[in-house]
Design a protein around this ligand. Structure first.
Ligand code: AMP
Length: 197
């Protein structure tokens, strides 16, 4: 099962992806996590990406497409994966279709979590509070200024992806303002159709 999750930062993609991972035995591929790991490890990719990420901007398509292309060849992806945070631009979406076609496969579902932007900032602030309370480390880009830049990048580039996938009849949307359980139920409904198809 190969799924793309679309939705602005804070829409709940990570939470829902984690649940589907456990339920379907697939892996969650978050380009944000992969890039943060590269930054922490001080790899050449990490060194290039760090400043852009700290400011909430987008890392180049070339870098991101490269890491995804390598990662989906790993054996743990054989059962399927959920892409979270990728694609973020039309060029990335086209590259993904090409990549999968070359490997003789294709996406099974593209699902957008729709949320009202007004609640996103408070969700991010709650995430910071919860992380601090648990003694964890807060993401550098979880501050109001970088968060606004991330939302702006989403509006300018990623929102267009809905149109890209809708144009080929592949877009499913879920109301991400519902409770976590109801969002999960809607996702299960969509994926049940995919499995049955
Ligand atoms: P995320 O954890 O998905 O919010 O990603 C954190 C940061 O990593 C983003 O603000 C970008 O700087 C970078 N990033 C993650 N995924 C991508 C992508 N597909 N294209 C470009 N930059 C990305």
């Amino acid at each position: 099962m190969k799924i793309v999750f679309l939705g602005p930062p804070g829409a709940g993609k990570g939470t829902q992806a984690q649940r589907l991972v456990e339920k379907h035995g697939i892996v969650q591929l978050s380009t944000g996590d992969m890039l943060r790991a590269a930054v922490a490890a001080g790899t050449p990719v990490g060194l290039k990406a760090k400043a852009v990420m700290d400011a909430g901007g987008l890392v180049s398509d070339e870098i991101v497409i490269g890491i995804v292309s390598d990662r989906i060849d790993d054996s743990d992806c054989a059962n399927g994966f959920i892409l979270d945070g990728f694609p973020r631009t039309a060029a990335q979406a086209e590259a993904l279709d090409r990549l999968l076609a070359e490997k003789g496969t294709a996406l099974d579902a593209v699902i957008e979590l729709r949320v009202d932007e007004g609640i996103l900032l408070s969700r991010m602030e709650n995430r910071v509070k919860e992380t601090l309370a648990a003694g964890g480390e807060v993401r550098k880009d979880d501050n109001p200024e970088a968060f606004r830049t991330r939302l702006e990048a989403y509006r300018k580039q990623t929102a267009l992806l809905s149109e890209f996938y809708a144009a080929s009849g592949r877009l499913e949307t879920v109301d991400g303002m519902q409770s976590i359980e109801n969002v999960a139920a809607d996702l299960d409904g969509i994926l049940a159709k995919v499995v049955a198809a």
